[in-house]
Design a protein around this ligand. Structure first.
Ligand code: AKB
Length: 327
């Protein structure tokens, strides 16, 4: 691993660290921003997006930022003394297939702008990747970190580009670039933003609202998943890991794998009478090209990644958090 000249992700001392979070109002940002603010102080985390929410505006500094606009991003970085960019702005798999031209613009230009400005101004970058970087000819079970990556979605293609470019800037410019390949993330607070794994959140709302759910994946579409609490822990652990402990820029991370049928069974144990049926659409074709399970042993070894929530804990946590909305 190369040594960087920039701010050190592994040493986020509140007095010197200032984060700019792009895409802050998406599923991950809506929870990562308050989580980071609790760790490093609210004024040290500037949330940015092309939309906002009352809680985002009330929680600390917020700026309008379209990641395609490099000048505005540069201005925000320089005027605020930003040291770390957390680049979350992205179009996910399903929404990317519906609008590939926009996905290319936002995902490719956004990532190029972040990396180029980070190299120029000696910033550190955390930018998540995804299991969507894998494709139909990738080994499907215990998929390793380094393997065949020939994704069939525009989202997956843009994330392979991001992974390779992040590595290039790390090698070429000494950039401290870190990334986790997120599996499906399950959370009760913010809605997911148009992905193939969104069913695993929708199902909880439907179970509580109607006692029934029509799933857009087939019953046996097994995918790697993780509760948001584990996602936040993993993200912060990688962001703050000592740089010398890291043996790569991008890590597989997972907690568990399940199929829609297995998730429905677990929900039915807590919501008696809950019923699921299946109407697979194009997202089922996407899921078929993704791993059923991934090997995250490098993350566990290098920076001590451990997940906390298995299937039953995840189901209990989601139902407990959402129940008041439906009573
Ligand atoms: C999606 O389904 O597109 C995302 C992802 C796995 O990156 N949740």
């Amino acid at each position: 691993m190369c040594t960087g000249r920039g701010a050190i992700l592994g040493d986020p001392s509140p007095s010197t660290t200032k984060y700019l979070v792009t895409g802050a109002c998406g599923q991950i940002g809506a929870e990562l921003v308050p989580f980071l603010r609790a760790k490093v102080g609210k004024d040290n985390v500037i949330a940015s997006d092309v939309k906002t929410s009352r809680s985002m505006l009330e929680g600390g500094p917020f700026a309008y930022l379209d990641v395609q606009d490099r000048d505005n991003m540069a201005r925000l970085i320089l005027e605020n003394g930003v040291t770390h960019v957390v680049h979350l702005a992205t179009l996910l798999s399903a929404v990317g297939e519906r609008n590939p031209a926009l996905a290319l613009k936002v995902n490719i230009h956004g990532c190029q702008n972040v990396l180029e400005l980070a190299a120029q101004h000696h910033l550190s970058v955390y930018a998540p990747s995804t299991i969507a970087v894998f494709g139909a000819n990738t080994p499907r079970h215990a998929t390793p970190d380094d393997t065949i990556m020939r994704p069939s979605t525009i989202y997956g293609i843009t994330k392979v580009h991001q992974e390779l470019l992040g590595q290039y800037y790390a090698d070429r410019h000494g950039l401290d670039y870190r990334s986790i390949r997120y599996p499906g993330i399950i959370s009760s607070k913010a809605a997911p933003g148009g992905g193939t794994t969104d069913y695993a959140v929708e199902i909880f709302h439907a179970a509580l609202a109607r006692g029934a759910y029509t799933c857009f994946l087939s019953g046996d579409a097994e995918l790697p998943m993780m509760h948001m609490a584990d996602c936040l822990d993993a993200t912060y652990a990688l962001m703050t890991a000592p740089r010398e402990a890291l043996t790569r820029t991008t890590y597989n991370v997972t907690a568990l794998s399940f199929t829609p049928a297995q998730l429905a069974e677990a929900i039915a144990r807590a919501v008696p009478g809950f019923a699921i049926d299946y109407r697979p659409d194009f997202r089922d074709d996407i899921a078929r090209t993704w791993p059923a399970s991934i090997d995250d042993s490098a993350a566990r070894r290098d920076w001590g990644w451990r997940h906390r929530l298995g299937l039953d804990e995840l189901v209990a946590s989601m139902l407990n958090a959402l129940r008041p909305q439906y009573e």
